[in-house]
Design a binder for this molecule. Structure first.
Ligand SMILES: [Zn+2]
Ligand SMILES: [Zn+2]
Length: 270
């Protein structure tokens, strides 16, 4: 998708667009949710500040190539079996530049440009998904002979989050509850991606694996037109250690309940 055509473009004398550049950036899950402004350092060509792009040592003369008359191309007439054919090829005397530099600029070695580290500010919109690209027009390599600059493609990578997973524009999350909260119902504090908390009441008898949806608390769609939901899944935690009192209560409770719930057979034939 992004090609570096710089070398080819140096061979022509007409205005040509600079190369497109690509840069990868890693952001957090929260940053992708809220949007973020980032500073990035990129290496790109800049006009040489010693020769101002001419490629010649300051104060020395630049001559127009006499072989091609400054066009960078020479025409050739070839006699073939089918008659005369006119072809054109890149002028070898000036390498297609149309100019002869007597003394080259020491800084850029005659290229007229130098690699330079540049700091660029990029705005990553809220809702951006992993591997999506932000394009900064005209921030690529400079064009040659008055051509426009190339573009800069920022490919965004989103770090894995220990709690949240993205699914389309929704946020998915597991919420652990105790067995008594699941059995009796409870008011839960659910942590949102933006750092706020939502209070959500789960009903009594909530099974592990049950999903609840908090509307409009997911990602903003990239066009900003709608919002996804926050969907959390209840995970009932079985206590691993009980105090003496808890054990006694549990045993009393156990006596009031049937031994094992019936196993419902769900075969492949229904
Ligand atoms: Zn220079
Ligand atoms: Zn020439």
């Amino acid at each position: 998708m992004v090609e570096d055509q710089e070398e080819e473009k140096d061979q022509t004398t007409g205005p040509s667009k600079g190369a497109d550049l690509r840069n990868d950036i890693e952001i957090t899950f929260e940053e992708s949710f809220l949007g973020v402004r980032k500073q990035i350092n990129i290496m790109r060509d800049a006009v040489c500040d010693v020769c101002h792009g001419s490629g010649a040592r300051p104060g020395t003369k630049v001559d127009t190539c006499t072989v091609c008359g400054g066009t960078g191309q020479v025409r050739q007439i070839q006699s073939t079996l089918f008659g005369q054919m006119q072809t054109s090829r890149t002028c070898t005397a000036c390498g297609g530049k149309g100019k002869i530099i007597r003394e080259v600029c020491e800084k850029c070695k005659g290229k007229g440009k130098v690699k330079k580290q540049t700091r660029i500010s990029v705005t990553i919109p809220a809702g951006i998904d992993d591997s999506q690209t932000v394009v900064l027009r005209n921030e690529g390599a400079p064009g040659t002979n008055g051509g426009p600059n190339g573009d800069l493609y920022i490919v965004v990578h989103i770090k894995h989050h220990p709690l949240y997973v993205r699914s389309d524009v929704n946020v998915l999350c597991d919420i652990p509850v105790t067995m008594t909260q699941a059995a009796l119902g409870a008011e839960l504090k659910i942590p949102m991606v933006d750092g706020t908390e939502e209070t959500y009441r789960i009903p009594e008898g909530t099974q592990t694996g049950t999903k609840f949806r908090i509307r409009q608390k997911g990602f903003t769609s990239i066009n900003g037109r709608y919002k996804g939901d926050f969907i959390f899944t209840i995970v009932v935690q079985t206590p691993k250690r009980l105090s003496k009192e808890q054990r006694d209560l549990m045993e009393k409770l156990a006596k009031t309940m049937n031994e094992q719930p019936p196993v419902r057979k769900k075969g492949i034939f229904g």
